[in-house]
Design a protein around this ligand. Sequence first.
Ligand code: ZN
Length: 187
Amino acid sequence: MAVLKVLTYGDPVLRQPTEKVHKVSAKIQKLVADMFDTMYAQNGVGLAAPQVGVLKKIFVLDCTTEDNVLPKMVFINPTLVRKSGAILSREGCLSFPDVFTEVKRYDTVTVRYMDISGKPREMTVEGGGLLCRAIQHEFDHLEGVLFVDHVVNQAEADQQLKEHHLPPIDPTFIKEEPDLDKVLMGN
Ligand code: ZN
């Protein structure tokens, strides 16, 4: 059990791709336990392995809220096999301390993954709730994608980044998301 150092925005490791986990070894189980310790120590709802400097396809979540009690979850080698709808989501990230900005997300996703015992699982989350958005946020980390790449108001986000002494948004990373734009503009 250990609280690990969380890398902050600007660290190049956060932009690197990750490798699949071949076996849920004791070492991986220890890493996952440390990731939960780190996430809870920072009051986060999710944490991905690259944020603690490990380039493997693993993320952890605890999306329990006052109205919705959920188990803590581990996602190993996740893939998003279906996504639809669109919503705006105000998000933060443990790698961006105290920065919150609105981003575009799908409101329904299906994720295929392996759990901590190595068992294959599939889950569909509808309605754009916290769990649905957190899965997309943490999945992105495994691809070197950060939440600000889905930004709605770049100027507002840049102002916050500046106030917190973080680098500005790099426009070359901003995603073109015509499928999300189409739904969002129809609302
Ligand atoms: Zn994050």
